[in-house]
Design a binder for this molecule. Structure first.
Ligand SMILES: Cc1cc2nc3c(=O)[nH]c(=O)nc-3n(C[C@H](O)[C@H](O)[C@H](O)COP(=O)(O)OP(=O)(O)OC[C@H]3O[C@@H](n4cnc5c(N)ncnc54)[C@H](O)[C@@H]3O)c2cc1C
Length: 370
C-alpha cells in the first residue's frame, strides 16, 4: 500500500489532504493511505488571530482529527528529521518518543513562525496563547485606570487588521500602527492605501509611516524607534513578518527550494508548498508570497502533480502564480476592503460584498462548512 505523509496541518497541509481525498476517492484505505502530522492537535486559523484579542471566546482551533477519514490517520508529533535514503521521517511524540515513519510521497507544509525575536520585547501575534496574553496585558492596563496606549509594529495585512480590530473594540485607547514603508500596502494602488488609512483613522488608529521600531522595553514600557525617538507604550504587538520552518531540507532565501512542480530540490518523492517553500513561477520569475491564499492555491496543483507522479500518467504540470492580484483586508468587526486586479482591470469593494468575501475566504481556507 502506498503511503502519503503530509507534515503540517496549516492551510497548505489541510487543503492538500482535502484535494488528495477527492482525487483518490475509494482507493483510500485500499491501496493508498495518508497520514497527517502536526505538533499541535489542531489547525490554527492564523489569519483570524486578531479577533481572539477582542473576543476571548473566539475559537481559532479546529481539531485535526476532523479532517481525516477512511484510510487517513492523524499523528500528533514534531517532525525532527528527514531520512532521505530510507524514505522516512523522524517524529518526536509526547516530547520524547522518537519514531520513524516511512513514506512513498512526503509533503512538507510546515509553514512559518514570527520573525520577531524574544529579546526585542513585546508580544508577537502568532499563536492563540499570544493573542490571549495581549488581551490580558490590555485588560491590566485598562484596570489601572489610565488611558492605555497600544502599539502595533508592522503594517502588513496582519498589522492593519489588528490595529483596526483593537481601534474598533477600545474606543478610549490610543492605538498606533507603525509602518516602515511610506504608505500602507505599497504593492496596491495609492487609492487602496488611502482607503485603508481612512478607515483606520475613523476608529482612532494613528498610523505613522517611514519609521521602524528597534526594541520595546517591557519593564520601562518604552518603545525605541529607529530614528532615535522613544514613546511610552503599554502594550507592544509585533506583526513584522514571518520566517519559514525549513527542517533539514536545502534552502534558499530561508525557504525550502522547490522546482516548478513543487519537488524539493535534491530529494526524491518529497514536495513542499506554503510558507516554508520558495515557490517561483518560472515563466514570470515571480516568487509566491507567504500568504494563506497562495498556500491554498498551491495545494490544488500539488495534488494533481502528486497523482500524476504516482500513476505515471497525465501531462506535466507546473506552478503558475495566481492570475489575479487580490487583497481582502478586515477593517474591524463590520468592515472589510477587497482589492482585485487582473491585467488592466482593478476593483475596490468596501460594501457588504466585501464582508461576504472576507467570511468566505476565511471559512474556505480552513475548510469550514456552513
Ligand atoms: C497574525 C497573522 C495574520 C495573517 N494574516 C493573513 C491574511 O490576512 N491573509 C493571508 O493571506 N495571510 C495571512 N497570514 C499568513 C498566513 O497565515 C500564512 O501564509 C499561512 O498560515 C501559511 O499556511 P501554511 O500551511 O504554509 O503554514 P502554517 O499555517 O504556518 O501551518 C504550518 C503547520 O505546520 C505545523 N508544523 C510546523 N513545524 C512542524 C514540525 N516540525 N512538525 C510537525 N508540525 C509542524 C504547525 O504546527 C502548523 O500547524 C497571517 C499570518 C499571521 C501570523
Amino acid at each position: 500500500m502506498k503511503h502519503i505523509v503530509i507534515v503540517g496541518g496549516g492551510y497548505a497541509g489541510i487543503n492538500t489532504l482535502e484535494h488528495l481525498k477527492k482525487r483518490f476517492g475509494n482507493r483510500l484505505g485500499q491501496d493508498i493511505r495518508m497520514t497527517l502530522i502536526d505538533k499541535q492537535p489542531y489547525h490554527l486559523r492564523k489569519v483570524l488571530l486578531f479577533r481572539r484579542i477582542s473576543d476571548k471566546d473566539f475559537n481559532l482551533h479546529i481539531p485535526l482529527t476532523s479532517y481525516i477519514g477512511e484510510g487517513i490517520s492523524f499523528v500528533q508529533g514534531e517532525v525532527e528529521e528527514i531520512k532521505e535514503r530510507e524514505q522516512a521521517i523522524v517524529v518526536t511524540r509526547d516530547g520524547m518518543k522518537r519514531e520513524n515513519i516511512s513514506y512513498d510521497q512526503l509533503v512538507l507544509a510546515m509553514g512559518s513562525s514570527s520573525r520577531h525575536q524574544e529579546d526585542q520585547g513585546g508580544i508577537a501575534l502568532e499563536t492563540s496563547k499570544a493573542a490571549d496574553l495581549i488581551r490580558l496585558r490590555i485588560e491590566e492596563g485598562i484596570k489601572s485606570g489610565k488611558s492605555i496606549h497600544i502599539a502595533i509594529v508592522g503594517a502588513g495585512i496582519s498589522g492593519i487588521e489588528t490595529a483596526a480590530e483593537i481601534g474598533g473594540w477600545l474606543k478610549d485607547a490610543k492605538v498606533t500602527l507603525v509602518n516602515a514603508d511610506r504608505r500602507l500596502l505599497s504593492s496596491a494602488p495609492k487609492k487602496v492605501s488611502a482607503h485603508m488609512e481612512e478607515e483606520l483613522t475613523k476608529v482612532g488608529v494613528n498610523v505613522i509611516h517611514g519609521v521602524k521600531v528597534n526594541q520595546y522595553d517591557d519593564q520601562a514600557k518604552t518603545l525605541y524607534y529607529s530614528d532615535g525617538t522613544t514613546e511610552t507604550v503599554d502594550v507592544c504587538i509585533w506583526t513584522t513578518g514571518l520566517k519559514s520552518n525549513v527542517l533539514s531540507a536545502s534552502r534558499e532565501k530561508g525557504r525550502i527550494m522547490v522546482d516548478e512542480s513543487y519537488h524539493v530540490k535534491g530529494m526524491k518523492n518529497v514536495y513542499s508548498i506554503g510558507d516554508c517553500a520558495l515557490v517561483t513561477d518560472v515563466k514570470t520569475g515571480r516568487i509566491d508570497q507567504m500568504t494563506c491564499k497562495e498556500a491554498v492555491y498551491q495545494s490544488g496543483k500539488l495534488s494533481r502533480i502528486m497523482v500524476k507522479d504516482m500513476t505515471g500518467s497525465g501531462k506535466r504540470l507546473t506552478h503558475k502564480s495566481i492570475p489575479v492580484e487580490f487583497y481582502c483586508v478586515s477593517l474591524g468587526q463590520n468592515k472589510a476592503l477587497v482589492w482585485m486586479k487582473k491585467g488592466k482591470y482593478s476593483m475596490v469593494l468596501r460594501n457588504r460584498l466585501a464582508l461576504f468575501i472576507r467570511k468566505s475566504t476565511w471559512d474556505s481556507a480552513s475548510l469550514v462548512k456552513k
